[in-house]
Design a protein around this ligand. Sequence first.
Ligand SMILES: C[S@@+](CC[C@H](N)C(=O)[O-])C[C@H]1O[C@@H](n2cnc3c(N)ncnc32)[C@H](O)[C@@H]1O
Length: 225
Amino acid sequence: MIRVEEFYDQLSSKYSELIIKCVPRYPELMDNMFRYLPSDFQPKRILDLGCGTGNLTELMLKTFPEAEIDALDISENILKESRKRFSQIPNIRYIQADFKSLHLAPGSYDLVMSTIAIHHIEDYHKSKLYKEVYQALTDKGIFIFADQTRGITDEIYHKNISSWKNEAFKLGSTQENWDMWMKHQDAHDFHTPVPWHLQELANAGFTETDLLWKYLLWAVIWARK
Ligand SMILES: C[S@@+](CC[C@H](N)C(=O)[O-])C[C@H]1O[C@@H](n2cnc3c(N)ncnc32)[C@H](O)[C@@H]1O
């Protein structure tokens, strides 16, 4: 079985084209990553966890052009795509690292964000990551992430997967694309229900936690220090 970084290394040049055909309401999901940020919130340092080819990083740059952004990912090739995309932008630092062994400097970010990446690690590592993010945030710092989640029952989960398949085909995914994502899902995905995430974020120390938006498997979750 290939490792998750090898999967994204191989997919890197096609990733941006494939993801919009795979994730239903991807632009709406991205929009909801920023919708609930307080109007007077001006982060100086931002972390993008699992930045991929930079779809979220681009929105960070548009929303907070003055901020210093750390774009972190495990895949070397996907980071190369991101570097190419933002070659003219000086305020991005690229970090190749694994969520499972992350050590972030205490109080180093005002905002940490992530889209569709955290489900690639097991629940034990998710809990550790939430603690790491908590200590890396400044006072009142915000952590917002979007991810694939599991239904609270198997029936809900399987209905969501089946609706996802219909929608992915409507978005232009082929059977070959779908089979590739499903093979990837079986090998590298660990979907966890929303209430679990909210509880683990509270356990990590976050004082505010909320579900901001959800469609099928995809949820946008808020946590504030
Ligand atoms: C589905 S892509 C999402 C990319 C981007 N955030 C977006 O919305 O388009 C998942 C990303 O998470 C990265 N990733 C997976 N497992 C990781 C890990 N253990 N540590 C760091 N990054 C990881 C992958 O390399 C990939 O770029």
